[in-house]
Design a protein around this ligand. Structure first.
Ligand SMILES: [Zn+2]
Length: 292
């Protein structure tokens, strides 16, 4: 599932090509994937293309917006007469003729350019919203984890309020938005904390270390244009490279780059959880959620 760095990458790639263009029409190929009245944005011009949490936002000059959530298998692909760019779930559709059988909506812009929203599994969506609806939609998200609004005090306060494992808390979008499984695993390795440590057992310095580590791995992810984890290759220019430099994510059985201990994999909250037993020891048993 795309996380903050992957969606940020798509926004940065497509923004220069969409700004000031007029959205002429939204062609809906699968009703389930497009919500709201498309007429709210048709004939309006793009003023901004941004990311918030894991959402892609396209703002228009009439005050209305499009929200796009890629969920598990969504893709956003921009195409004009000269180029194609974008990102999301890596499949052959990245280089196939478009629309493909997974294209769920086509945004037709001026200048003969189009944005294809593809989604194999139909969990992703595009939502057309007014300014007021946009505020409502975004209210459920905490500030982005890389926003200055996520202060040391704020973060420690949130951890103090819960006995859930730290890894699950850092992925909670109402605590800090944008962190998913890849970056949560790596940030906890960087901060030398066991992923099952109970959030309220962290000291203030430990909480600070986790926050700094989360921001560091997220920025590193953005610098590497996200992670592209799939067997499908030969997709030059689209794939991110963070998967090649993960600290622990996806590296079970391999050696920790810090101490050469074998990285372990467990399940936590149903998600694959990777850690180094030496760098990230489980502390006193009362502070961890699992028997380890
Ligand atoms: Zn280690």
């Amino acid at each position: 599932m795309p996380e903050l760095p992957e969606v940020e990458t798509i926004a940065r790639r497509i923004a220069p090509h969409l700004l000031t263009k007029k959205l002429q029409k939204i062609v809906v190929l699968h009703q389930k994937c497009v919500r709201g009245s498309t007429t709210l944005v048709e004939s309006a011009c793009v003023t901004k293309v941004l990311r918030r949490a894991k959402l892609l936002l396209i703002h228009f000059d009439n005050g209305n917006s499009l929200l796009i959530h890629l969920k598990m298998t969504g893709q956003v692909l921009y195409q004009d007469e000269k180029m194609r760019l974008g990102g999301g779930h890596p499949t052959a559709d990245w280089i196939a003729d478009l629309p493909s059988k997974h294209t769920r909506a086509i945004l037709e812009f001026s200048g003969n350019s189009r944005v294809f929203f593809n989604d194999m599994r139909l969990f992703g969506w595009i939502k057309v919203v007014s300014k007021l609806q946009l505020q409502q939609e975004l209210k459920v998200f905490a500030p982005d984890v890389i926003s200055p609004e996520i202060s040391s005090e704020y973060f420690f306060g949130k951890l103090q309020q819960t006995r859930r494992p730290i890894k699950i808390v850092v992925m909670d979008q109402s605590v800090a938005a944008g962190v998913g499984n890849i970056y949560a695993n790596d940030a906890l390795h960087l901060s030398k904390l066991h992923p099952a440590r109970l959030a309220n057992s962290l000291s203030r310095p430990e909480s600070d270390a986790v926050l700094v580590a989360l921001q560091e791995v997220i920025y590193l992810g953005i610098a590497h244009q996200g992670a592209t984890i799939h067997s499908f290759r030969h997709i030059d220019g689209f794939a991110g490279t963070y998967q090649d430099i993960t600290r622990v994510y996806g590296r079970d059985g391999k050696l920790c780059q810090t101490c050469r201990t074998k990285i372990k994999k467990i399940k936590l909250g149903g998600r694959g959880t990777y850690f180094c037993p030496t760098c990230q020891p489980s502390s006193k048993s009362r502070d961890t959620a699992l028997e380890l």
